[in-house]
Design a protein around this ligand. Structure first.
Ligand SMILES: C[S@@+](CC[C@H](N)C(=O)[O-])C[C@H]1O[C@@H](n2cnc3c(N)ncnc32)[C@H](O)[C@@H]1O
Length: 519
């Protein structure tokens, strides 16, 4: 590990072992917002290839693909990609080519990831593939595996997958227990590789990046440039601070986040977002997962009555009765099932109709900032885009942005939720931003920089541009750029394209403006 420490020292980083978290990455110098903290190529990675969509094994491109004629599992977009993977693929190819057609179906991306990992370990130990301080199997060996914490059912599954890997590789020195331990390692250390718009492309193992621990209020973000993982600071990080990223979608309530972290990563988060007093935690769940007030004009949150007959608004005191709530909730359940079925069958017209019905019901039942309502609107945005209904798409995009913004502003402090009375007015957002900023100055962490918010502004800008709302498009692209230059850097082709779109929109807006002045 000395080599790793030296490599990290050069970057202003160090690994420290904390009793409650294990290995942790710390800074030894200041990092400014948007600055790259660390980047790494994967030790191994695989695309999420399916029968519907395939991607190049090397660069994850989805065009000009040709299947490897020997194993009929790997795809490559060019001979350059095929050649650069060949040393690794040669052994995998021999193993996969031995399998009969039926067995091919069980070669999932996770099975391939493990196979590639063992092949890479073998080739590095035989010095066919070189090792470096940040690219060697010892770093994989050092990853936590939580074998003693996982349940019996999961162990059985890993053992079954291990048996399949053994059958494919046919290496006498391998045993199922060792393979199962590596599956367990991957479960809590591998990362989903996404494109710039956060669409999942595959899975990769980045053993140095995997040293970074989780926080629900992280000071850094992990994005991908092709298959390279890049961690960037989203706020000023002083020397001597721990670098943290988020392993999960942080929009959920504390209870939901804690559950996801416990189930997938086997720890209880104690970050500042998670350590709240019980009253704040109840308030937070009531807003994100609870019901709305019967009075349309009131945005109060509801708490269950002590006699369990209904829920009372904590702002105006109105009561919603339990039967009425149960009735709407059961309608929501059945429409939601129908909507998912239409989506599954890619029947966009029907899905749009069903999700709109669902949204109407959720608006009656759920708090305006509820997660399920926001998720429905995200689906409606996606479907409207598929159907090229830009006006509808823009409406849903704006509705989600408002909630994302309020969430980002209030994430660090639940009592700020109570200040949000008029959800979709810029005035209120501005007021809230000022309050949050003042609180931030008094030492509480505040990060309004979230890639999802930046990407939603980007989509909004594209829709406004398409609909001819040029000045609005300039504003949205500018907001997108201000956030994404920090999370994504400015060098990627995605960011260059965003800048180009912004410049084009600005030029058209100023042309429109001058033509109006001439008239
Ligand atoms: C990707 S690893 C991170 C590096 C890990 N600390 C190590 O020693 O290798 C993920 C594991 O680290 C631990 N971990 C990560 N974030 C944590 C946190 N905020 N609090 C406690 N443990 C954490 C958990 O055991 C989790 O399963």
């Amino acid at each position: 590990m000395e080599g790793l420490q030296n490599a990290l020292n050069d970057r202003g980083l160090t690994v420290t072992i904390l009793p409650e978290k294990g290995r942790s990455l710390f800074t030894t110098r200041n990092f400014h917002p948007g600055e790259e903290i660390i980047s790494q190529e994967p030790y191994v990675c695989v695309p999420n290839n399916s029968t519907v969509e395939s991607r190049c094994d090397r660069c994850f491109a989805s065009i000009n693909l040709k299947k490897c004629s020997a194993c009929k599992v790997s795809w490559y977009c060019s001979s350059t990609c095929q050649k650069s993977e060949w040393k690794l693929h040669r052994l995998e190819c021999d193993a996969l080519a031995r399998l009969d057609k039926d067995r091919h179906k069980s070669v999932t991306p996770s099975i391939r990831l493990i196979i590639k990992l063992f092949i890479r370990r073998k080739l590095q130990s035989e010095k066919v593939i070189p090792t470096t301080a940040t690219d060697n199997y010892k770093l994989v060996e050092a990853l936590i595996d939580h074998m003693s914490g996982i349940d019996e059912k999961q162990l059985v599954l890993y053992a079954q997958m291990g048996t399949l890997v053994n059958l494919i590789l046919q290496w006498p020195e391998m045993n199922v227990k060792e393979i199962a331990r590596h599956f367990s390692k991957l479960a809590c250390n591998a990362h989903t590789i996404c494109d710039s718009e956060l669409r999942p492309l595959g899975t990769g193992l980045y053993p140095v990046i995997s040293i970074i621990n989780h926080s629900c209020l992280p000071n850094a973000v992990l994005v991908f440039e092709g298959r390279s993982a890049v961690v960037r600071a989203v706020q000023h990080i002083p020397a001597g601070a721990e670098v943290s990223i988020s392993y999960i979608e942080t929009a959920g309530s504390t209870m939901t986040r804690q559950k996801a972290l416990k189930e997938n990563y086997l720890f209880t988060c104690t970050c500042s977002q998670c350590v709240k007093d019980q009253e704040d935690e109840i308030k937070e769940s009531a807003i994100l997962e609870g019901y709305r007030c019967k009075n349309d004009q009131c945005d109060g949150f509801l708490l269950r009555n002590s006699d369990d007959t209904g829920f009372t608004c904590q702002q105006c005191g109105l009561v919603r009765n339990k039967e009425e709530i149960q009735n709407i909730a059961s309608q929501i359940k059945s429409i939601s099932d129908e909507a998912s079925t239409s989506m599954f069958h890619q029947n966009c017209g029907e899905a749009l109709f069903m999700y709109e019905k669902l949204e109407e019901l959720q608006k009656i039942l759920c708090h305006p900032y509820s997660i399920s309502l926001m998720q429905t609107r995200e689906k409606l945005l996606k479907i409207s885009m598929e159907l090229e209904n830009w006006t509808k798409a823009l409406l849903y995009c704006k509705l989600t942005i408002s909630v994302y913004q309020i969430r980002e502003m209030t994430r660090f402090n639940v009592s700020s939720w109570a200040l949000v009375t008029q959800p979709f007015y810029e005035y209120e957002l501005g007021k809230l931003a000022r309050i949050c900023w003042m609180k931030g100055k008094h030492g509480e962490l505040y990060s309004g920089i979230h890639p999802l918010l930046g990407l939603q502004f980007y989509t909004c800008g594209k829709l406004e541009w398409l609909l001819g709302y040029t000045e609005d498009a300039v504003k949205s692209y500018t907001k997108a750029f201000d956030i994404l230059r920090i999370t994504h850097g400015t060098n990627s082709s995605f960011m260059k394209d965003l800048l180009l779109k912004l410049e084009e929109a600005r030029a058209e807006a100023s042309y429109k403006h001058s033509s109006m002045e001439d008239e």
